[in-house]
Design a protein around this ligand. Structure first.
Ligand SMILES: Cc1cc2nc3c(=O)[nH]c(=O)nc-3n(C[C@H](O)[C@H](O)[C@H](O)COP(=O)(O)O)c2cc1C
Length: 178
């Protein structure tokens, strides 16, 4: 559970800009352009050396990235739509192309170029990914309004148990209802 209002705030990628990054073969960021830093809300040096899943959004199904790595493993380019997480908890959607960087015929890195996408496609992909998560991971996205005192108690419990608050809510609801 993320209790920041930023979670629902979208940052748009300007239509004349590209987000560019490169990673080593394990997916650690080796290069990030200024647009990537600005749109993700991180400083460039906060991104370098970090695994690329630093911007992974919880709405993204695991299977998308499984396919991405399988495609790269075959030496092919992966293309797709990705919802990414900003440092402040907000999000941004991109159309991404990820492929290998070769030096003298040897794979040395991966690179990714990401461009803005239209509103209609974002809505379509959000629905598709919600369905995927339901089918593959048995989870559904839900927005609920809870009394603040209850939220505070749940967050305290989550901190004490060092577990995500949404897991605790899940358990409480399951125990109470079923
Ligand atoms: C060049 C390159 C760019 C990537 N860009 C993103 C990205 O923008 N967002 C993202 O969530 N994962 C991206 N990934 C995939 C991540 O490495 C990772 O597999 C993914 O975030 C899922 O995280 P997980 O494997 O920890 O579940 C990229 C991978 C490569 C090789």
């Amino acid at each position: 559970m993320q209790t920041t209002y930023q979670m629902f705030v979208e940052t748009s990628v300007p239509s004349d800009e590209l987000i560019i990054s490169r990673t080593d073969l394990s997916g650690k960021i080796t290069y990030a352009n200024e647009t990537f830093a600005r749109i993700s809300g991180y400083a460039i040096d906060e991104l370098i050396g970090k695994p690329h899943n630093i911007v992974r959004h919880p709405d993204m199904p695991h299977s998308v990235f499984k396919t991405l790595w399988e495609t790269l493993g075959r030496g092919e380019m992966w293309k797709g739509y990705v919802k990414n997480l900003r440092k402040d908890g907000g999000y941004y959607w991109v159309y991404a192309e990820v492929s290998g960087v070769y030096k003298d015929g040897v794979l040395v890195e991966y690179k990714s170029l990401r461009a803005p996408m239209d509103e209609e496609t974002k809505i379509k992909m959000q629905r598709e990914y919600d369905e995927c998560k339901k089918d593959e991971e048995n989870t559904s996205r839900a927005v609920i309004y809870l009394q603040s005192s209850l939220v505070e108690k749940i967050e305290k419990l989550a901190r004490e148990k060092n577990r995500p608050a949404d897991e605790i809510i899940n358990e409480i609801l399951s125990d109470t209802l079923f």
